[in-house]
Write a protein that binds this ligand. Structure first.
Ligand SMILES: [Zn+2]
Length: 252
């Protein structure tokens, strides 16, 4: 198959899955295809996102997979990708990066990762290079070690919050962000419960304070009114925001 999705003009984000915690009917959990500089990087690979990915990219064109943390809704499709990569495609050595405890879970699930996957642990502050793209990582405010990611091609910059509570901010990256994909799991009326996720209001306020250019909300829990999450985020952000919906594409 012809190699697709390598538009040289800036970064492009495609949403593969955006349901928070578990997939809603007909939806998929967290997964994002980031393309730029001629390479294809997959950020998170939650349940259902592997099927979405193949609407946009041949599996053999994945250059690297980056997993934010070990909660199942962010990586479990790696297990079935292993089957596709090994038996369906007869390949080895797919590059994967994630936290050490995500690796431990994956090793247990798959009875080992090599030679199908070439896994390298990542930690906060690490810098990765995938072709022309540079990725940096920041530990968020979540229940297990969780890495937000910043991706740049040198001209435009995209950031992904992964999962986080309100004690983390996009400002931790210390550089301007053109487009931020931020979790917004619930509405503001849940804030007092102290869960380590964000409301739409918190996501909007945090992105505003960080000077984010454009805000895309994701990880809304099934059963939560996504339109209401968007509205309270937009009010706090001070500008319209978008909801990440499967197969939506954003030019950065
Ligand atoms: Zn999580």
């Amino acid at each position: 198959m012809e190699r697709r999705g390598t538009d040289p003009a800036g970064l492009r984000l495609t949403v593969l899955g955006s349901s928070g915690s578990y997939p809603a009917a007909g939806r998929a959990c967290s997964g994002y295809l980031v393309q730029g500089g001629g390479v294809n990087v997959v950020l998170d690979l939650g349940s259902g996102s592997l099927a979405s990915l193949q609407e946009h990219l041949a599996l053999t064109d994945i250059d690297a997979i980056v997993l934010s943390h070990r909660h199942p809704d962010h990586w479990l499709d790696l297990g079935v990708l292993a089957t596709a990569w090994k038996y369906g495609l007869g390949r080895e050595g797919l590059r994967v990066h994630g936290t050490a405890d995500t690796r431990a879970k994956a090793e247990e699930l798959l009875d080992g990762l090599a030679p199908t996957f070439d896994w390298t642990d990542v930690e906060p502050g690490d810098e990765l290079h995938v072709g022309a793209l540079t990725l940096r990582f920041s530990r968020t405010d979540h229940y297990v070690p969780t890495l937000a990611a910043l991706v740049t091609d040198g001209s435009s910059t995209l950031a992904y919050s992964a999962d986080t509570g309100p004690a983390w901010s996009f400002t931790s990256f210390g550089e301007p962000i053109d487009l931020a994909v931020c979790e917004a799991t619930h509405l503001a009326d849940v804030e007092a419960q102290g869960v380590l996720h964000l409301s739409g209001r918190q996501a909007g306020a945090m992105a505003r304070d960080a000077g984010v250019g454009r805000l895309v909300l994701t990880h809304v829990s099934p059963g939560v009114d996504a339109g209401a999450v968007r509205d309270e985020a937009a009010a706090a952000f001070g500008a319209p925001v978008d909801l990440a919906i499967e197969h939506a594409t954003f030019a950065v």
